[in-house]
Design a protein around this ligand. Sequence first.
Ligand SMILES: Nc1ncnc2c1ncn2[C@@H]1O[C@H](COP(=O)(O)OP(=O)(O)OP(=O)(O)O)[C@@H](O)[C@H]1O
Length: 350
Amino acid sequence: MMPAPTPAMPSAMSSAPPPALSSARTPAAGPSGRPVPAPDAPAIDVRGLGKDYGGRAVVQTLNFQVRPGEVFGLLGPNGAGKTTTILMLLGLTEATRGQVRVLGEDPWRNPLAVKRQVGYMPDSVGFYDHLSARDNLRYTARLLGIPRQERDGRIAEALERVGLLDRIDQRAGTFSHGMRRRLGLAEILLKRAAIAILDEPTSGLDPQSTEAFLRMIEALREDGVTVLLSSHLLDQMQRICDRVALFNAGRIALMGPVRDLARQVLGGHSHEVHLHADGPELRSVLAAVPGVGGVRVQGPGHYVLQAESDVRAQAAQAAVLAGAQLRDLAVDTPSLDRIYRQTFTEDTPT
Ligand SMILES: Nc1ncnc2c1ncn2[C@@H]1O[C@H](COP(=O)(O)OP(=O)(O)OP(=O)(O)O)[C@@H](O)[C@H]1O
């Protein structure tokens, strides 16, 4: 493969075989003789997974499943254990405990079977700097065994999708950080991987490049690719992830769709409506608006409504009918950053 700064794939397994995962496979065998994953099996199935370095658990005991076609985010601060988890999913480092199946395969026992179907973009993408984008991808295409007559067409298609077709003959060594990331994604597209694993995909990108990259990840989802990504940029990822696992100190502290996490952490509500109005005491009027679960007064004439949905219109109408003069109205759906901060300041794991 290309000279990415990642450890080499292990060629043999060195631990006792783990017990079979309960639902990840059907007993049927495919043409290779290997078990074929059931159609409803998770794309990635992680059970009790952990990793120790020097006697210290850097990944504790993870349990999560990623469904086919889902965009799943492993999110948390630097050093939380996200990259170590990804390396275990790829069979690039051996788990100390627990089990992983990627498309029904054990990545430590069958790293090549996993590698065939999984595209990986590491935190720092490595290419042959003296070669053009086209030649870097030709090299990859040869390693992937893509038939010669298909290679150039697929390379052009992949580069077009990441917006690098006009740079096809430019040397990778002259590419900016953002362009290298896009070239990394082109490699995954070239491979037609069923799963894309992206480590910190938008780290170091300016806002415009970040936006472009997020759209490219959304396009992967539209293609039915399962995406697992890691990031410490929680708010950027909140938009594109179907579900997130929030990491803290090697553990998943919260997992689910962002809106569910907001409900869990913010007292059962997913929206806050801020209403500023001059006039009579409005608290009881606003509390009676359908869908409002609670009202707090945050300052003079500043009411905060906790609700299950965006109730701005109903709240404004109720305030005006009660004789108030509306000054400002806004809705706030809590950001992942806020959920994270709130969780870990109130409940800091040891
Ligand atoms: N090969 C190693 N030997 C010893 N400790 C390691 C090794 N690799 C990672 N660690 C430690 O494991 C912990 C988790 O690191 P990891 O890289 O998985 O975190 P991360 O969440 O991906 O953060 P980052 O985004 O900074 O990479 C850190 O404390 C790190 O120092």
